[in-house]
Design a binder for this molecule. Structure first.
Ligand SMILES: NCc1[nH]cc(CCC(=O)O)c1CC(=O)O
Ligand SMILES: [Mg+2]
Length: 325
């Protein structure tokens, strides 16, 4: 046998030398949940290890993560039911929970990079991402609300906005609006290929944001489709996106690869709540090694072509890396 592939696996030194894929905490974005009040951290039952934080507590959490090398955070608000309405008015309240939180974090921890969420669902009494009329989710009519939301966030100090409803024309509309208002340096991460997935369940528990009727299949993509992702990516690229995202991640590695091969923008992947919960549940049952499963899952997303990973494992992964030296 002239060819013995095992020779390149013979020791940890050789294995490390030939290793093709590496992942650093600086490539991770940590999604975090903000709730009203003070001095509270509430664990989300379907997401073991993940909490809703009041702003004071969130500052500590962000600080800890930054020391571990995780420096970008995707913020999501849990809005009390009384503040929800069909127009998501609370989303651009400059004195509301979310906008105040952005301002406070940027004030206290200016080096933290904040990605803010531009979508109606956390604030909508319908639990949908867009304006609802006669049971229909409206596309264009929602833009004005998203615009107000994005500007409020930019004014509060957002570094990256993430229009997560992923409907049509979001990127171009928001890019123009931000530019007109002087926010040329606020980046946009497009939720380019976001699928109508069953794996968002725990996230909707965290925000209590499940749709009150129907599902999201008229706006999110059909899990059966991949070529459509190229159309979505073309549009987001042309409209000025800075990053193209695929969501979920682990079940959509082929889509990550497809976009990475066809576009020169950095590709991000959202390792979603249900993907997190699956690994946590199995490891809590002693059915697999949670740390190893986490590291392998994240590495596979990177190997597929994602440069950036949004993951609830961000802090735990960074801790593991630090412990391993
Ligand atoms: N704007 C919707 C939104 N923003 C983030 C997530 C899911 C994230 C996750 O599951 O981790 C979703 C999905 C949805 O409810 O349709
Ligand atoms: Mg699109």
């Amino acid at each position: 046998m002239l060819r013995r592939p095992r020779r390149n696996r013979k020791s940890s030194v050789v294995r490390a030398m030939v290793e093709e894929t590496t992942l650093s905490p600086s490539e991770l974005i940590y999604p975090v949940f903000i709730t009203e009040g003070e001095n509270k951290t509430v664990e989300i039952p379907s997401m073991p290890g993940i909490h809703r934080y009041t702003v004071d507590k969130l500052l500590d959490e962000i600080h800890t993560c930054m020391e571990l090398g995780v420096r970008t955070f995707a913020l999501f608000p849990q809005i009390t039911e009384e503040l929800k309405d069909s127009y998501a008015k609370e989303s651009h309240n400059m004195n509301g929970l979310y906008i105040k939180a952005i301002r406070k974090i940027k004030e206290q921890l200016p080096d933290a990079c904040l990605m803010t969420d531009v979508a109606m669902d956390p604030y909508s009494s319908d639990g949908h991402d867009g304006l609802v009329k006669n049971g229909q989710i409206l596309n264009d009519e929602t833009l004005e609300i998203l615009g107000r939301m994005a500007l409020a966030q930019a004014r509060a100090g957002a570094d990256i906005i993430g229009p997560s409803d992923m409907m049509d024309g979001r990127i171009g509309y928001l890019r123009n609006l931000l530019d007109d208002e002087g926010f040329i340096n606020v980046s946009i991460m497009a939720y380019t290929a976001k699928y109508a997935s069953a794996f968002y369940g725990p996230f909707r528990d965290a925000l209590e944001s499940a749709p009150k009727f129907g599902d999201k299949k008229t706006y999110q993509m059909n899990p059966a489709n991949s070529r459509e992702a190229l159309i979505e990516a073309d549009l987001d690229f042309e409209e000025g996106a800075d990053f193209l995202m695929v969501k979920p991640a682990l079940l959509y590695l082929d889509i990550i690869k497809l976009l990475n091969q066809n576009f020169d923008l950095p590709i991000a992947a959202y390792n979603v709540s249900g993907e997190y919960a699956m690994i946590k549940a199995a490891s809590r049952n002693g059915w697999l090694n949670g740390e190893k499963a986490m590291a392998e899952a994240l590495l596979s997303i990177k190997r597929a072509g994602a440069k950036i990973i949004l993951t609830y494992f961000a802090k735990e992964y960074a801790q593991l890396k630090k412990n391993l030296g």
